[in-house]
Unconditional design. Structure first.
Length: 182
C-alpha cells in the first residue's frame, strides 16, 4: 500500500448509465442528459457488429446529435507482425477501434475504453482517446485512436454507431462513467 497518495482511486469513477443490446441488435447506443458535473467521461465498450464478411469493425462516436463532418481522428495500431498509422479530417464522428465483425464466432467481441476529456469545457474543442482491440485466437489488433470534435459546446449526449455496421449485435455493452476532478 502506498503511503499518503494512491495512484488509483476507485471512487473517482461514478456510473452514469449503461446500454446492453438486446435480441435483434440495435443501430446505435445513446446516452442522453449527461450532467456537466464531472471533469471527464469514460465509456467502456464490449462490441460486436453485424458487418458482413468482415472479422473487424469500428465505432463512430458522436456528440449532441452532431453527425456532420466536424470530427478528425488519427490512429496507430499493431497486429503482431507490423504497425501502421493514419489520420483523417472532415469525418462524421470520432472513431474507436476495434469491434468484432460478423465473420467471427458469436462469442468474440472487441473491447474499447474511451476517455472524453474536459467534456463540459466550452473554451476549447473536445478531445477523445480510445484504446481497444480484438483477439482472434492468435491474430488480432490493438489500436490507439485520438479524435477531436471541432465544436466548443459542452457535451450533453453521446451516440455510438457502427462505423460500417449497420447494427450492433446482441450482448454488445456500453457503460458511461463520470470521472471526478482532483
Amino acid at each position: 500500500m502506498l503511503a499518503g497518495n494512491t495512484a488509483f482511486k476507485p471512487t473517482s469513477y461514478e456510473s452514469i448509465a449503461t446500454v446492453t443490446v438486446g435480441s435483434g441488435g440495435a443501430a446505435s447506443a445513446a446516452f442522453t442528459s449527461i450532467p456537466g458535473t464531472y471533469a471527464h467521461l469514460q465509456i467502456r465498450m464490449f462490441v460486436k457488429t453485424d458487418r458482413s464478411g468482415a472479422s473487424q469493425d469500428a465505432v463512430k462516436i458522436r456528440f449532441n446529435s452532431d453527425s456532420g463532418t466536424n470530427y478528425t481522428y488519427h490512429f496507430i495500431y499493431g497486429d503482431g507482425s507490423g504497425t501502421a498509422s493514419e489520420g483523417y479530417t472532415s469525418e462524421n464522428g470520432g472513431r474507436g477501434y476495434r469491434a468484432s465483425g460478423d465473420l467471427n464466432a458469436t462469442s468474440i467481441f472487441g473491447a474499447m475504453v474511451t476517455d472524453i476529456l474536459d467534456y463540459a469545457n466550452t473554451n476549447k474543442y473536445t478531445t477523445i482517446k480510445t484504446l481497444g482491440g480484438v483477439d482472434l485466437n492468435g491474430s488480432g489488433e490493438m489500436w490507439l485512436t485520438s479524435s477531436l470534435w471541432l465544436n466548443t459546446n459542452a457535451i450533453t449526449s453521446i451516440t455510438i454507431v457502427p462505423a460500417t455496421g449497420p447494427n450492433f449485435k446482441q450482448y454488445s455493452h456500453f457503460a458511461l462513467y463520470g470521472i471526478k476532478g482532483a
